[in-house]
Structures are given as C-alpha cells and as structure tokens.
Design a protein around this ligand. Structure first.
Ligand code: AMP
Length: 509
C-alpha cells in the first residue's frame, strides 16, 4: 500500500514536471523557529529538539551529572572538586575562544556555576562531617547550573519540510535554475502530539512546493493571474493524485487569508470583535484573542459556533490584489474541472501562509479527517535569507491517506502474486525451484512455499495471497512435462508445457 501510494505520487507529480528532493531529517532548530513561527504550537510545544553537544566538555558535564554522594570523605570531595574546576576552566576557555556559543542565559549559568564552586570551597573548609547537607545542596546547584549551559547547537527533528525545501533552494542557488522550481518530497515528520487514530508522533508526509524568484522591479499586481494559475495547477495535481488512488469522499475547501497589506487590519478588527464577546468564549479562544485571533476561527467548540458565525469575514476585507487573485484562483479551478467549497474559517496553523490556503478531507477518518493542507507563502524564502521568492505548496498526511483507502476497501491484498507454485512430493521441489527462478527472472511475482503442502491448503493460501494462477506440480506433471495451471478467479484448470505457460502469462498479465 505504502509503495503503491508513493509510486503513484511519483508518477502523477512527474507528469506535472516535479522532481524529487530529499531534505534531511533534522535541521537547526533555528530554521523551524524562523520559518514556521516561534508562536505556533508546532514550534513552541511539539518539536523534538536536542543539543548537538559532544567532546570533552559534554563528557565532563555527564560525569558531573552522574556524581552521587556515596561516602562523603576527603578523597571524594577532592576528586569532585578537581572535576568541577577542570570543567569550569575548560568551559571558560571554550567561551572565550567562541568554541561554544554563549548568550546571556549561558553566561548567567556559568556565573552560577562559578559561585557554586566558591561556595563549595567555603563549605569544605568548615569540615565535611558537620556539613553533609550543605555539600549536597551545593552539589544540586552545581549540577543544575552545568545543565543549563549550552554546549552545542540545538537541532530538531523536522516537524514539516517546507522550511527545509526553502533552505535548500537558497543554499543550492536554485534561483538560477529555470523558474519555477517544482519539487516534491516524501518521508517522516515528527511532532510531540497526543497520539490517536490518524495522529502520530512520527508520521509521513508527501508534499510538493513550487518556488519562483521574483525578478527585480516586477510589479506584483501584474502577476496575479499567473500566481492564481500556479495555485490552481498545484491543487489540480493533488486532486489528480487522489483521483488516481481512488480516494473516496474527497472534499476540497479553499480560502484566501490576505497578505501583509490587508491581513493585519482584518486581524485587528477580528480582535476587537472578539474582545466584545470574550466572556462567552472558552479559555483556549480567550488566550488566542491575544496570541493569534485567526486561530479562534478554527475552534470546534460547540458553544462558540454561534458566536463565530457572526464574526467579520476576511473575504469582505481583502485588498484589491488579494481579492483579484482569489477570484482568479476560483475561475482557474473551474476551468480545470476541480470542484471546491469556500470556507472562510480555513486559516491554517502556520505563520508563513498568505492568500490562497486549502485543505482536503476524505472519508473514514473520524475527527482527524484532513489528508492535505497547503497554501501560498510568498516571502518565506526571503525571510530565510534568500532572494524575493514566491512559493506555494502542500503536505499530504500519508498515514491518513492510507487509512482512508483501507477503510474504503482499497487496501487490497498485501502484495498480490501472479503465480503460486503448489508443489507436492520430493521430486517436484527441484522443478518448482527452477520454475520459480525462470518466472521471477521474467518479472512475475511468484510465491514458492518452503515446504510441501497438501493440495487444499496450498490453494487456500494462493487465494488468500490474491494469486492469479496456481501452478500445480506433482509426480504426474514432472513425468509428462505437462504442468497443471489453475486460474484462481474462476477455478478453471488446464495442462500446458512450461513454454506455453510463460507465453500465456506474458499475454494475460
Ligand atoms: P500540516 O503540516 O500541519 O499542514 O499537516 C498536513 C497534513 O499532514 C495534515 O492534513 C495531516 O493529514 C497530516 N498530519 C499532520 N500532523 C499529523 C500527525 N501528528 N499524525 C498524522 N498525520 C498528520
């Protein structure tokens, strides 16, 4: 199933002129914080981040972390003091030379650590026995301070891949390639979410991006028609992909969320309106009035639906360019025969979207029914240090896509076989092996049972595997060279030579 889905994606995306890119699984945390947005749930709560620290400093810190107070005696206190001082002086040097990057917080922790050592000296000079508790306390402080210091860059498992594709566009100078650059990717993404049906902490996405550098002095208003056609073609491509897979109950919703011109004004208006009804909203929405009022529109809370229905709609507040583009996207979708519904509440969770946004849902997924989300993100490449560039893309949740296909009975048998070789009797095994080798070399999918099976059991298994033909090899067949071939769909059975069988397979499969 996974193979079929991915192969179909490659085929369909290929026909639209997309090539594959394989971004890395982890990247500097900084990249996601900047691209996705530090305020988003994804970055602030859901990312798997860790310090990429190694070398002697990291080792010394580990030793300090593991220090316990077994028998506090003179040898032990001397050894531990030695380790602490070594770490301190080596760290001080690394900070001076820039080997480890220090920000204000790191310097503060370093300061705590140094004070901790001074205090440790003091406590020890008062004798060990009477100060055991104080020694322990000081140690806890020293461990905390050491843990707080950054010893290496922070890296994160990717929660999404658009940021990486944009980074790759910049680093590989893709703005000099023929524009637009059309890329797709597939692979695992990681988010620390509460697992449930259709929501996992490691999940798979298939996505695509269209990136196009904006030539200097280009009048942005002039290209509204072109951008709209690109948006529509990207959406058409996803729908063609889902169509080819036979995904059922597919619904496409679209919206425009404006641009840097008109969205801030709309957000302010929305915030003001929300303030008026603040008391009637739940705690999540109340918080979002401040942090991200657009996300209130996402709310599924029953009690808020009436209020939300009466809020101002962004479609009525788009600037001329955005309104023009939105109208053109709809016309373009119409020309391509892509059915859609407008949903003014579709805002998407990530900071980088502008203008066109869309989401696709499918049947059989319960509440986690979104299989694809996407939108336009002009300006993201520039934000990451590249030239002014337009972008549009989407990400498909592959796990959910497969769930939906399976619910609809489109999962099919695991792999299917062309031929199941049912052999009986010791003499037949050698012939069966030789037959399987020939058939496989000719490209057919063959199942060869490792041990002899009773006739009925062999046929049962052949059926369960979804085999097209059972090749039956027993003493008779070996003796006469006439093989028995059963067509499993209708149960009919005929005899033929090896050459005839191969010929028949070639014609029928
Ligand atoms: P997003 O990157 O949040 O726009 O998500 C795009 C698509 O990825 C969604 O429509 C889902 O189908 C899928 N997706 C997102 N998060 C998860 C998850 N935790 N588990 C499974 N699929 C997910």
């Amino acid at each position: 199933m996974w193979n079929r889905v991915e192969q179909t994606a490659r085929e369909v995306f290929g026909t639209f002129g997309f090539g594959e890119i394989r971004p890395p699984i982890f990247e500097p945390t900084e990249l996601f914080a900047r691209a996705v947005g530090g305020e988003t749930d994804i970055v602030s709560k859901e990312m798997y981040s860790f310090q990429d620290a190694r070398g002697d400093l990291q080792e010394m810190r580990e030793m300090i972390r593991n220090l316990v107070l077994p028998v506090v005696n003179e040898t032990w206190t001397h050894a531990s003091l030695d380790l602490l001082q070594k770490f301190q002086s080596r760290l001080g040097e690394a900070m001076r030379t820039g080997e480890v990057r220090q920000d204000e917080e790191d310097r503060r922790y370093y300061e705590y650590f140094s004070q901790g050592i001074a205090h440790y000296h003091l406590v020890l000079s008062g004798g060990i026995e009477s100060n055991k508790l104080e020694i322990e306390r000081t140690f806890r402080l020293l461990k905390l301070a050491a843990a707080g210091i950054t010893l290496g860059p922070s890296v994160s498992l990717r929660p999404e891949a658009t940021a990486s594709v944009c980074r790759a566009y910049i680093e590989n100078g893709m703005h000099a390639w023929p524009q637009p650059v059309k890329l797709y990717y597939m692979g695992p993404m990681f988010r620390r979410e509460r697992p449930q049906k259709g929501r996992y902490r490691q999940f798979y996405q298939i996505g695509a991006e269209v990136l196009e550098m904006v030539p200097p002095n280009q009048d942005p208003a002039k290209n509204i028609g072109k951008d709209a056609a690109v948006d529509a073609e990207v959406i058409e491509m996803v729908m063609a992909f889902f169509g080819r897979l036979g995904l059922e109950g597919v619904k496409l919703e679209i919206n425009s969320i404006g641009d840097r011109e008109c969205r801030p004004k709309y957000v302010e208006l929305l915030r003001a309106e929300l303030m008026k009804v603040k008391d009637k909203l739940g705690p999540d929405s109340q918080r979002r009035i401040e942090t991200n009022p657009l996300r209130v529109l996402d709310s599924k809370l029953e009690s808020e639906q009436g209020i939300i229905a009466g809020l101002p709609r962004i479609a009525d507040h788009l600037c001329g360019n955005c309104a023009g583009q939105y109208a053109e996207v709809k016309r373009q979708l119409g020309m391509r025969g892509v059915a859609y519904a407008e949903n003014w509440r579709l805002v998407r969770g990530l900071d980088y979207y502008m203008r066109t946004t869309f989401e696709i849902t499918a049947r059989g997924l319960g509440s986690q029914n979104a299989v694809c989300g996407g939108g336009r993100y002009d300006g993201l490449v520039e934000l990451l240090g590249g030239p002014p560039t337009k972008g549009i893309g989407f990400a498909i949740g592959e796990d959910r896509l497969i769930l939906s296909l399976q619910e609809a009975g489109k999962g099919g048998v695991a792999q299917g076989r062309d031929v199941f070789v049912a052999w009986m009797g010791e003499n037949a095994q050698a012939t069966a092996i030789a037959a399987a080798q020939k058939l496989r070399a000719a490209g057919f999918r063959v199942e060869l049972p490792p041990v002899e099976q009773k006739f009925r059991k062999a046929l049962d298994q052949a059926n369960r595997l979804g085999a097209r033909y059972a090749l039956i090899l027993g003493d008779d067949e070996i003796a006469t060279g006439q093989w028995t071939v059963k067509t499993l769909a209708d149960g009919s059975q005929t005899k033929m030579s090896e050459a005839e069988f191969l010929e028949m397979l070639r014609k029928s499969l």
